[in-house]
Design a protein around this ligand. Structure first.
Ligand SMILES: NC(=O)c1ccc[n+]([C@@H]2O[C@H](COP(=O)([O-])OP(=O)(O)OC[C@H]3O[C@@H](n4cnc5c(N)ncnc54)[C@H](OP(=O)(O)O)[C@@H]3O)[C@@H](O)[C@H]2O)c1
Length: 360
């Protein structure tokens, strides 16, 4: 580990050695794309269970696997491995903070699943720690790195649809109630907000910025998790976003961005669109296509590797400030809904937080 501010963990190396934390559903999917990443070595995986760790390592071709023992958790052993340059964390939301903090404290660069943490206080603390330790940290909001998303944001910047005045997005699916699944478990940060609303919110914040006000309406089930939430974001001069997330109903799963000179609508699902429909200044509608060879996670992985090699601590495509701001909006929504998690802190008020910077 180098001095604070000095980014030392492997950025000059051609091959980055990856560690994967947890062996659940998304870990398998992202690791399949990781195997396609240029100059990446699948070094080690960690799990609470020996069987899962071994099976995962064998299936995906990791050299090593770590698992919980009476002496240390598998994750801690992975972070103590000097060969590991960067870790990808795929535990449930409520564990992101502790696991990412341990990884950063051990001098590892971190790519952590969305949402980065369960509240803005935890997100700020990880950002502070990464900044202090000179390490790369990024929330794995894969949508932000997809070619289709980057194209939409480029079109907006270039004025193709004029000034964006409203954003409308929905993301939902009828999930089967299962109190043992993290989706329904308050202690795991369950509910539609942290699992799904992150994506519509990310689109709104990317297109319109941090709102002047947020109003949340939703329904909590008997366990206290939100099964459906509507977020209304208000901006100066009447600009607005209407965002729905649901774990009780299906929707088209698209985002529409409407501007003073036209509109853009992504294909579904809005977290991984492969088409974009554009009605621009000429009034004609056209469709641009973005075919993929992989599931699409490769873009966040590639951006992670690019930033680490370039000595960046945060990605310009998903800056720390925006991750914290999205968490602030989720905090505010939960406060209005009366939604609290057992291991939650006190949510802060709604003031755009622009403090987290890495100095790069
Ligand atoms: N980017 C995306 O498209 C996407 C999609 C789905 C999920 N996600 C995010 O990825 C995260 C995981 O989701 P998932 O669907 O993969 O969940 P999952 O299937 O429940 O897997 C989570 C894994 O974390 C480990 N784990 C479970 N409880 C733990 C605990 N208390 N402490 C430490 N580790 C624990 C387990 O692995 P071991 O048994 O090996 O320890 C488990 O298999 C969530 O934060 C979610 O928001 C992202």
């Amino acid at each position: 580990m180098g001095a604070p501010g000095e980014n030392t963990a492997g950025n000059a190396k051609r091959v980055l050695r990856w560690g994967v934390v947890a062996t659940g559903r998304i870990a398998h999917r992202v690791t399949r794309d990781l195997a396609c990443l240029e100059d990446a070595e699948l070094h080690a995986v960690s799990s609470r269970s020996e069987d899962s760790a071994r099976a995962f390592a064998e299936q995906h071709g990791f050299a090593l696997s770590y698992h919980d023992t009476p002496a240390a958790t598998g994750h801690r052993q992975l972070f103590a491995d000097p060969m590991v340059d960067v870790v990808y964390i795929a535990t449930p939301h409520a564990q992101h903070f502790e696991v990412a903090r341990a990884a950063l404290n051990a001098g590892k660069h971190v790519l952590c699943e969305k949402p980065l943490t369960i509240n803005a206080r935890e997100a700020r603390e990880l950002v502070r720690l990464a900044g202090e330790r000179g390490l790369f940290l990024m929330e794995a909001v894969w949508t932000r790195f997809l070619p289709a998303t980057r194209r939409v944001l480029q079109l907006i910047r270039e004025g193709e649809i004029g000034a964006v005045r409203w954003v409308q997005a929905d993301l939902g699916f009828p999930a089967v109630y299962d109190p043992t699944d993290r989706l329904w478990d308050p202690a795991a940060g369950g509910g539609a907000l942290l699992d799904l609303a992150v994506y519509p919110l990310t689109w709104a914040v990317a297109a319109l910025g941090f709102p002047a006000a947020l109003k949340a309406k939703g329904h909590l089930n008997q366990d206290g998790v939100d099964v459906q939430t509507t977020l209304s974001l208000e901006y100066p001069e009447g600009a607005a976003a209407q965002l729905i997330s649901s774990i009780q109903a299906a929707g088209p799963g698209m985002v529409t961005l409407s501007g003073t000179a036209g509109w853009i609508r992504t294909g579904a699902p809005l977290y991984n669109p492969r088409t974009v429909e554009i009605c621009g200044r000429d009034g004609r509608t056209r469709i641009e296509e973005f075919p993929e060879d992989t599931e699409g996670f490769i873009h966040e992985l590639r951006e992670t590797a690019r930033c680490i090699r370039a000595g960046l601590q945060e990605s310009p495509l998903m800056p720390w400030t925006e991750t914290v701001q999205v968490m602030q909006l989720l905090d505010e929504a939960r406060q209005q809904l009366g939604l609290r998690y057992p291991n939650d802190g006190v949510p802060a008020g709604l003031t755009a937080d622009s403090s987290p910077t890495a100095g790069n």
